[in-house]
Design a protein around this ligand. Structure first.
Ligand code: ASP
Length: 330
C-alpha cells in the first residue's frame, strides 16, 4: 500500500490484514513500555488544517509507539495562516525529507492532490465532506471485536467476511456533511454488511440512491433491526442554512434518545466517531450505555493507525505480525 486516500481503495484482504495487524498492535496498549522499534528512523508529519482531538493525537501516539519521529504542524501557528497555498505548504514539508504526511484538510480531495505533488506517502486523516478512511477502519475493528465477543465461533467458522455478513448497520444523522459516513459505507460494503442510511430529507446527500446502501428518513422503522447504530455528529460548522427547524425537533426525529435506546435489539452496538453533541444526536443514556463502544473506538484508533503506518512505512513484504512478535521476545 503506497498511500491511504479512500476506503474504496482497500480490498477485503487488505482490510483483513490491517484489522488483524491492529489486533496485534493493540497488545502494546497494555504494556508498561509502549514502544516497538518497527519505524525507527522514519519521519511522519501530521499536517492538520482543521481541528482534531482524536485523529491527530492517535496518529501521533501510533507513530511514537512504533519509534517513528512524529512532528505536528497545524494551520494555526504556521505559515498556512500567512496565506501560503496548500501546494507550497506540502512541498515545503516534503522537502525536509519526511517519509509520510498525514493530512487533514477542509477541501475534499486535498490529500489526493498532495499525493501527486510529492514522493512521500500520504494518509488521509479527513478531507472536507469526502472521506476519513482510518475512522472507518477503526469502526470496523471495534465492531468486529463486538460481533466476535457475541459469537466467538463466527471468525473460525467462515473466515473474516462472516463477521459482517448478515449484519445490519445503521448510519444516522448528518449524512450530507459526513466523511465518516462515506468511508464507512464503502468499507462496510467490502466487508459484506447491510448498511442503512438514516437522515432527515434535508441531510440526505444528493445521489444517495446510487450509494451501496439502503436509505430511509424514518429512524424508528429500522431501530429494532440493527446490529449496530452509528450516530453522526450534527456538523454545524459546515452548515450554511437551516437544515432542521430546531435542535429539539432534530432530537425528536433522529436522536438516539433514552426511548430509542430501549427499542434497540439487546446487545446492539452504539458507535459515534466523536466529538459528540450530547443531548442533540445522542443522549447521555445512550452514550454511556453498557453497549456503547464509543471509548473502544477511541482506543482502536491508536491500534489501527499503528497498523496502517506500519503497512505503509514498514514494508508489507515482511510478515505483518513481525513487529509485535519480535518486540515480545526481546
Ligand atoms: N471526527 C470526525 C471527523 O473528523 C467526525 C466529526 O467531526 O463529526 O470527521
Amino acid at each position: 500500500m503506497r498511500h491511504l486516500l479512500s476506503a474504496a481503495d482497500l480490498s477485503l484482504s487488505e482490510i483483513t490484514e490491517i484489522l488483524d495487524l491492529a489486533e496485534e498492535m493493540s497488545t502494546v496498549q497494555d504494556r508498561p513500555v509502549k514502544k516497538l522499534p518497527a519505524l525507527r528512523g522514519r519521519t511522519v508529519v501530521n499536517l492538520f488544517f482543521e481541528d482534531s482531538t482524536r485523529t491527530r493525537s492517535s496518529f501521533e501516539i501510533a507513530g511514537k509507539w512504533l519509534s517513528a519521529d512524529v512532528i505536528n504542524v497545524s494551520a494555526k501557528g504556521s505559515s498556512m495562516s500567512k496565506g501560503e497555498s496548500l501546494r507550497d505548504t506540502v512541498l515545503t514539508v516534503a522537502a525536509m525529507g519526511v517519509d509520510a504526511l498525514v493530512i487533514r484538510h477542509h477541501a475534499s480531495g486535498a490529500p489526493w492532490q498532495a499525493s501527486h505533488w510529492i514522493d512521500a506517502h500520504v494518509l488521509n486523516a479527513g478531507d472536507g465532506t469526502h472521506e476519513h478512511p482510518t475512522q472507518a477502519l477503526l469502526d470496523a475493528f471495534t465492531l468486529r471485536r463486538h460481533f466476535r465477543s457475541a459469537d466467538p465461533s463466527s471468525a473460525e467458522r467462515n473466515g473474516q467476511a462472516s463477521d459482517f455478513t448478515g449484519k445490519t448497520i445503521a448510519i444516522v444523522g448528518d449524512l450530507t456533511h459526513s466523511r465518516v459516513a462515506r468511508s464507512n459505507v464503502l468499507l462496510l460494503q467490502t466487508l459484506g454488511a447491510e448498511v442503512v442510511l438514516v437522515a432527515p430529507p434535508t441531510l440526505m446527500p444528493s445521489g444517495v440512491d446510487s450509494w451501496p446502501a439502503a436509505n430511509t428518513t424514518d429512524f424508528d422503522e429500522v431501530l429494532g433491526a440493527c446490529d449496530a447504530v452509528m450516530m453522526l455528529r450534527v456538523q454545524r460548522e459546515r452548515m450554511s442554512g437551516g437544515y432542521f427547524p430546531s435542535a429539539r425537533e432534530y432530537t425528536i426525529g433522529y436522536g438516539l434518545t433514552r426511548a430509542r435506546l430501549g427499542a434497540l435489539r439487546p446487545g446492539a452496538a452504539i458507535c459515534h466517531p466523536g466529538p459528540m453533541n450530547r443531548g442533540l444526536e445522542i443522549s447521555a443514556d445512550a452514550a454511556d450505555a453498557a453497549n456503547s463502544l464509543i471509548l473502544d473506538q477511541v482506543a482502536a484508533g491508536v491500534s489501527i493507525r499503528m497498523s496502517v503506518l506500519y503497512q505503509i512505512l514498514g514494508g508489507a513484504e515482511e510478515s505483518v505480525a513481525s513487529p509485535v512478535r519480535e518486540a515480545a521476545v526481546r
